[in-house]
Ligand binder design. Structure first.
Ligand code: GDP
Ligand code: MG
Length: 310
């Protein structure tokens, strides 16, 4: 283990890849690596990129990474979108630019399965981000497919959350009204080469004007990710958001919220694992069947399960 940690701290990408794999497998060994490397983390700026399927999150993530490389920054990318071209090793948008990224030593891409078909972040995403942080990337970009609660979870994981919208879909205004806008630090209108981009910008502005006085209004930026347009402003806006976090005390607050979220999520997983171990599968199935047959209510059933470990 020491050798691998040493090589990791020397900046060897193969050591990074091997440690992430161990962490993803959620083994005791993986947890040892997390413990050893945790003191080296805490410097990265994490950026969550979320939005509906097909809105251009992967393309935008690639284009933003390319912008960071122009600025001499090192970038880790975590793609939690199973349909992500990153996951398939395919090349995005402007092929040459993305091929350059794939060969670039300053960029490391890791794709992760999301938690089941119902969406949600993979449970170990915080751990993988924490390992990338310890490796010394200036930025870690986290792409997640926007399904249900993802946006909320990613807001817990990332310091800056970008919500990607597209002109002409109408969906986004609905989603925003449902409160997702509260988690967005920056609103991006991507596919600005399509008609209706300016209309969407003014609709979003109108929505934001309803926000309570004094609240920070997320900037609205137009991008055409496929052509790499608008990325300079977006990168600048991320810097501005970080500065805002630092000066308002929000950075410490965000770290505390993230820490709470992580600790509770891990504790929940440990408890569930204990329950699963002390309650045989056959008994669990019998209990579940009684709930399905409406002989028992789910609360009583869950209390019985939890009682097995208390
Ligand atoms: N016209 C246009 N197409 C884009 C833009 N950004 C992404 N796309 C295309 O939109 C489709 C979905 O992009 P992708 O990045 O995979 O979206 P994701 O599902 O949100 O990750 C792809 O065909 C992209 O080439 C853009 O700015 N303009
Ligand atoms: Mg994608």
């Amino acid at each position: 283990m020491d050798d691998l940690v040493g090589r990791f701290l020397n900046g060897e990408r193969r050591a990074l890849a091997r440690i992430i794999s161990r962490v993803e497998n959620e083994t005791a060994e993986g947890r040892e690596y997390l413990r050893a490397l945790f003191p080296h983390s805490g410097k990265t700026h994490t950026v969550g990129i979320t939005g509906g399927p097909g809105s251009g999150k992967s393309t935008l993530t690639g284009a933003l990474a390319a912008e960071y490389r122009r600025r001499g920054k090192r970038v880790g990318i975590v793609a939690v979108d199973p349909s992500s071209p990153f996951s398939q090793g395919a090349i995005l948008g402007d092929r040459i630019r993305m091929q350059d990224l794939a060969l670039d030593e300053g960029v490391y891409v890791r794709s992760m399965a999301s938690r089941g078909a119902l969406g949600g972040l993979a449970p170990t995403i915080d751990d993988v981000v924490s390992i990338m942080d310890a490796f010394g990337f200036d930025y870690v970009l986290i792409e997640t497919v926007g399904a249900g609660q993802d946006e909320v979870e990613i807001a817990g994981t990332a310091l800056t959350t970008i919500l990607v919208n597209n002109p002409g879909t109408g969906d986004d205004i609905q989603a925003l009204k449902a409160g997702i806008i509260e988690i967005a630090d920056i609103l991006v209108v991507n596919k600005a080469d399509h008609p209706g981009a300016d209309l969407l910008v003014s609709q979003l502005q109108a929505l934001l004007s309803l926000a309570p006085a004094g609240a920070r209004r997320p900037p609205i930026l137009k991008t055409t990710a496929i052509k790499g347009e608008g990325l300079e402003k977006l990168a600048g806006s991320i810097v501005a958001h970080r500065e805002h976090l630092v000066s308002s005390g929000g950075l410490d607050r965000a770290r505390a919220i993230d820490a709470r979220h992580q600790v509770l999520a891990i504790a929940r997983a440990i408890l569930l694992e204990k329950i699963r171990r002390s309650y045989p599968e056959a008994e669990l199935e019998a209990l579940v069947q009684r709930v399905a047959a409406r002989e028992l209510d789910p609360h009583t059933a869950a209390e019985e399960l939890a009682g097995a470990v208390s």
